[in-house]
Design a protein around this ligand. Structure first.
Ligand SMILES: [Zn+2]
Length: 126
């Protein structure tokens, strides 16, 4: 019987695929992906083990903490699942920051705005 992935973890993905295989530092147990990690570990404090961490440099990080069967707590850095809905906000913030930067560096407000739009559109396409 295959263990079912509990629903709090639906749609959860690690930030970097190269964290797998994740190996427990204590018992050397190996987890090949997020599913096997969740299936092969137990909850911490009877919670989902999901924690949100706001990092000024990279934004919101979701950290998943689970206990290995040997009792060691293992943490996985996951993507913020709200990335999609936050995209518009992030884009507006980037726009404002870029606009301020160009204005500060001496461009007229009109030119700065036009340049910001151009740069943002290029970023969007790539
Ligand atoms: Zn272990």
């Amino acid at each position: 019987m295959l263990p079912q992935t509990p629903t709090p973890y639906d749609g959860l993905h690690v930030r970097h695929a190269d964290v797998f295989p994740k190996i427990c530092v204590r018992c050397s147990r190996q987890f090949d992906d997020i599913r096997s990690f969740i299936a092969g570990t137990t909850p911490v404090f009877r919670s989902s083990g999901l924690m949100e961490h706001k990092d000024p440099a990279i934004g919101t990080v979701v950290i998943l903490i689970r206990n290995c069967t040997c009792g060691t707590s293992l943490a996985l850095h996951c993507k913020d699942r709200r990335d999609r809905s936050n995209k518009g906000i992030a884009r507006r913030e980037r726009f404002a920051a870029l606009l301020a930067l160009l204005t500060e560096s001496g461009l007229s407000p009109e030119t700065a705005r036009a340049e910001t739009v151009r740069v943002m559109n290029e970023t969007e396409e790539s």
